[in-house]
Design a protein around this ligand. Structure first.
Ligand code: SAH
Length: 348
C-alpha cells in the first residue's frame, strides 16, 4: 500500500492513466485530500469503482494524535503524532498575530549528534517521507481549526540529510494543488551540509535558508557539533555566498548562546568578521538546557552584549522568542521517545 500523500499531482495523474482512469480524477482526489476529506468513500464526485480501486492501492497517511501539550505561557502547542509504522514524531504550532506557524520534523531522530539538541539522542531511526511531512501540517490545521501560513523545518531531523523527500515536500507545500503556502513563508534550517547548500542554491527557490552556525571558529564549533569535523566554517560561508549570489536571498544564521562556550564579546567580534558584508541576519537563541548535557544558557547580560557587538558591526540581529519552554517544545527539546504507557513527558 502506498501513502497517497507521497505522490505529487503529476504522479497521481500518471497512476490514473496507467489504471485506465481519466487523468482529471487525480486533481479531484487531490482537491478532496487538501480540503480535509481523508476517506476515499467520502469523495462523492468520484465513481464508486474508482474509489474502490484507490482504496485497494492507497491509504491517506494522516498521523494519529497521541498526545497534545498546550503551553500555559502562550498558546504554543506541541503534538505527538504516531506514524503508520508506529514511530512517533513531534511538531509544534505557534500562534502569532500575523498567522499560525508550524515547526515540523523531517526525520525520526537525527544522526547529526549536536550536543545541545535533544532530537539527536538515540540517533537516526529513519527519514520521513514527503507525505509524512505534509501530513503534520494537514493534521495540525485540522486540530487547531485554522489555516497554517508559515512552515519551519526545524523539528527533529536534518532536512538536508533527507534532501529528495524534503525538496518534493517543498514543491507540494507550495503548489496551488497542494497546501498553497508561499515559498517565502517556509524556512529550511540546516546544520550546514555544504554540497546540499549548493544544490539547493541551484534550485533558485524563494524559501528562506537558515544555517545553524553556533560558533565563529571551527575549534569551538567542533565542541558541540560533530558535523564541524566534516565541513569547516570557511566552506560553509563559501557555500552561503554561492547561495546568496544565485538567489539574492538573505540567509539567517542561527547562533545558540551557551555560557562559557561561545557567548563572549570576543566571539561576537569574530562572528562579525566572518559575516562582514554578507546579505544575512543573525538569530540568537538562548540555548535551551536539556538534562542530558551540561550546557548552560548564556546570561541575559551576555546575550545583550553579544547582540550589541553584532549590531555595532552592522549585522542585523534578533533574539529568538522562546515559545513553549514549559512543554519542552522549544528548540532542541523535541523528543523522539515517548515512554509507552507512561504519559510523562520526559524533559528538563
Ligand atoms: N537539523 C537542522 C534543523 C533542526 S534544529 C539544523 O541543525 O538546523 C533547529 C534549530 O534549533 C537549529 O538551529 C538547532 O541548532 C537549534 N537547537 C537545537 N537544540 C537547541 C537547544 N537546546 N537550544 C537552542 N537551540 C537549539
Amino acid at each position: 500500500m502506498t501513502n497517497i500523500l507521497d505522490l505529487n499531482l503529476a504522479e497521481l495523474k500518471q497512476w490514473m492513466k496507467s489504471n485506465s482512469e481519466s487523468e482529471f480524477r487525480a486533481k479531484q482526489v487531490s482537491d478532496w485530500i487538501y480540503k480535509g476529506i481523508w476517506k476515499f468513500e467520502n469523495m462523492n464526485n468520484i465513481p464508486q469503482a474508482t474509489r474502490e480501486k484507490l482504496q485497494s492501492n492507497f491509504y491517506i497517511g494522516i498521523p494519529e494524535l497521541v498526545e497534545e501539550y498546550t503551553s500555559k505561557i502562550n498558546d504554543t502547542r506541541k503534538y505527538l503524532f504516531a506514524l503508520n509504522d508506529g514511530n512517533l514524531i513531534e511538531c509544534v504550532v505557534m500562534k502569532y498575530k500575523h498567522g499560525n506557524s508550524i515547526c515540523i520534523s523531517t526525520q525520526v531522530g537525527c544522526r547529526m549528534g549536536c550536543k545541545f539538541c535533544a532530537s539527536t539522542i538515540g540517533g537516526l531511526i529513519r527519514n520521513l517521507t514527503t507525505g509524512e511531512m505534509l501530513s503534520q501540517i494537514m493534521k495540525a490545521q485540522h486540530l487547531i481549526g485554522e489555516r497554517i501560513s508559515n512552515v519551519v523545518l526545524m523539528g527533529s531531523g536534518e532536512p538536508f540529510d533527507n534532501f529528495e523527500n524534503v525538496i518534493k515536500f517543498l514543491d507540494i507545500v507550495n503548489s496551488e494543488n497542494g497546501l498553497n503556502i508561499g515559498q517565502r513563508h517556509i524556512t529550511i534550517s540546516t546544520c550546514g551540509i555544504v554540497e546540499k547548500i549548493k544544490e539547493f542554491a541551484d534550485m533558485d527557490m524563494q524559501t528562506t535558508l537558515a544555517i545553524s552556525l553556533h560558533a565563529a571558529t571551527d575549534e569551538i564549533r567542533m565542541r558541540s557539533m560533530p558535523i564541524a569535523n566534516k565541513y569547516s566554517i570557511a566552506e560553509i560561508i563559501d557555500a552561503c555566498k554561492y547561495y546568496i549570489n544565485k538567489t539574492n536571498r538573505r540567509i539567517t544564521f542561527e547562533y545558540a548562546l551557551v555560557a562559557d562556550l561561545n557567548d563572549t564579546t570576543r566571539d561576537a567580534e569574530k562572528l562579525s568578521v566572518l559575516l562582514e558584508g554578507m546579505l544575512c541576519h543573525v538569530n540568537l537563541i538562548p540555548v535551551n538546557e536539556i538534562k542530558e548535557n551540561e550546557l548552560k544558557r548564556a546570561s541575559n547580560d551576555a546575550i545583550s552584549r553579544f547582540k550589541d557587538v553584532l549590531e555595532a558591526n552592522n549585522i542585523q540581529t534578533t533574539i529568538r522568542r522562546e515559545m513553549g519552554l514549559d512543554i519542552n517544545a522549544a528548540c532542541g527539546q523535541l523528543r523522539r521517545s515517548y515512554i509507552k504507557g507512561n504519559k510523562v513527558n520526559e524533559g528538563v
